[in-house]
Design a protein around this ligand. Structure first.
Ligand code: DUC
Ligand code: ZN
Ligand code: ZN
Length: 465
């Protein structure tokens, strides 16, 4: 099967040019001007930007908060219509089991035969035994070169203390496994939460009051000290404050191999949303908490200047009625997280490219190219180039629409960006050469997504050293 995409403007992380793309089978085989090839299918991409399919390196299709469980991979068609063709899912280690067993079990039961985009995994440490630290160097053989540890969430199974993080860093470095941290000080949050509740402060906005910027800054700096001591690289997920971004940036400048991402909502949504009446504020309970415009601006600057290198969705599909209301009388019981995999590209384009905060090339860089590299997928994903998987988005910059849960595939009863006027959208999306989105509508099939093995040393490539 061959496909010729003609007349589009190809955007990569470093340049932009007009050319045609020939796809044979699942890969891009030729890129050139005025390609004259009798392909089985010819698509005219005039007026479209041709982008690599997005790589969302931070998704939760399997997260649990108390008894609440998020929407799973049966809603991963939402990724496709949002221009994301690969997502990397966090899988909790099952107690008493290895990360490998936990990931495989989850894949067999909840992903394989269901996922509608390609996928890879990060293990999440919940049971930091000697066996776990021995397993870490073997993970790349399983195609899992990344592990996350949560510094937040005191009392939860997935909380890790400093000794677990330090030992994981030591165990990871020679094998090229990247340690990722969710950096917030769990003890301070615990004290602040208890003080709020004791004072009768139970509403959603106290989620932000009990997770102020400094709890993130402190944990970010602490994690970096641990990495420095272990002489291991570190990746800080969802950096949300100016000061924690500066800690990452300054440590990197000092020579510590530390890198960080931010997320779509930390660039665009303010903490005032948590004060919306009638418990609507609960829709915006995610951790770390939403911040103020001063932080948003600092994060945009950090993306422009390369101080942070990816934008993820942190997609977490809890319902408002069914799940968020569990914390109606106590904000600490509101499941943390917001959906957003469908909106990452549209919001980044609208709030980033259209406003001049980032260039189109920077969008491609933080949306696809660098997330693919960090996670060891860059031999196949995240770039429009010969030999790459034909994961291709034809982006229509002229399209206009309004974001709403009513038209969303995320399977959640609200959308954090409800009412936002969106500029541009993924008009057509190809997954390994197959058309899965046409005129913005999902036309693919359940189970078409494949596991993509990650390779080790994702952080150690030229330009990210
Ligand atoms: N924060 C969230 O908001 N959701 C999922 C996990 C997390 O740490
Ligand atoms: Zn997190
Ligand atoms: Zn997360």
């Amino acid at each position: 099967m061959s496909l010729l995409i003609k007349n589009g403007t190809i955007v990569t992380a470093v340049d932009e040019y007009q050319a045609d793309i020939l796809v044979e089978g699942e890969q891009i085989t030729t890129i050139g001007k005025n390609l004259d090839y009798k392909a089985a299918e010819i698509v005219d991409a005039k007026g479209m930007y041709v982008l690599p399919g997005g790589v969302d390196q931070h998704t939760h299709f399997s997260f649990k908060y108390g008894d609440a469980v998020v929407r799973g991979f049966e809603t991963s068609n939402a990724a496709a219509v949002g221009g994301t063709t690969t997502c990397i899912e966090f899988i909790n280690q099952l107690t008493g089991k290895s990360i490998t067993e936990s990931v495989r079990k989850f894949e067999q039961e909840k992903v394989s035969g269901i996922a509608m985009v390609d996928y890879s995994f990060h293990g999440v440490v919940t049971d930091p035994t000697d066996e776990l630290f021995e397993e870490i160097p073997t993970l790349p053989k399983q195609g899992i070169p990344t592990i996350k540890l949560f510094m937040a969430y005191k009392g939860a199974c997935y909380h890790s203390d400093d000794s677990a993080i330090f030992r994981a860093l030591q165990a990871s470095k020679d094998a090229g496994v990247t340690i990722m941290v969710h950096a917030e000080n769990a003890d301070l949050i615990d004290v602040l939460q208890k003080q709020c509740l004791a004072a009768g402060k139970t509403a959603p906005m106290y989620h932000a009051v009990s997770r102020p910027p400094l709890v993130e800054v402190e944990a970010t700096q602490r994690a970096i000290y641990l990495a420095e001591l272990a002489e291991a690289p570190l990746y800080v997920v969802h950096v949300t404050t100016k000061e924690s971004m500066e800690v990452v940036r300054n440590s990197y400048i000092k020579g510590v191999p530390v890198y960080g991402e931010t997320c779509t909502h930390y660039l665009t949504l303010g903490k005032e949303n948590l004060s919306k009446p009638d418990f609507e504020g609960a829709k915006y309970v995610c951790s770390p908490a939403l911040r103020t415009p001063e932080h948003h601006e600092a994060l945009w600057e950090a993306l422009r200047k390369g101080w942070l290198n990816a934008v993820s969705s942190d997609h977490c599909g809890f319902d408002w009625k069914e799940h968020k209301h569990m914390g109606f009388d106590d904000f600490t019981q509101i499941p943390n997280g917001a959906p957003g995999i469908e909106n990452r590209l549209g919001v980044l384009w609208t709030a980033g490219v259209e406003t001049g905060k980032i260039s189109r090339q920077k969008l491609v860089d933080v949306f696809a190219t660098t997330p693919a590299k960090i996670n060891g997928l860059s031999d196949r994903k995240g770039h429009i180039g010969v030999g790459y998987d034909a994961d291709i988005v034809l982006f229509d910059p002229k399209w206009r629409g309004t974001i709403s849960a009513k038209t969303s595939l995320q399977g959640v009863d609200y959308n954090a960006y409800e009412g936002m006027e969106q500029s541009g959208r993924a008009d057509k999306v190809f997954l390994r050469g197959k058309l899965i989105v046409d005129e913005g509508k999902f036309i693919g099939q359940k189970g078409q997504g494949q596991f993509i093995k990650g390779k080790p040393f994702g952080l150690c490539y030229e330009g990210l050293k």
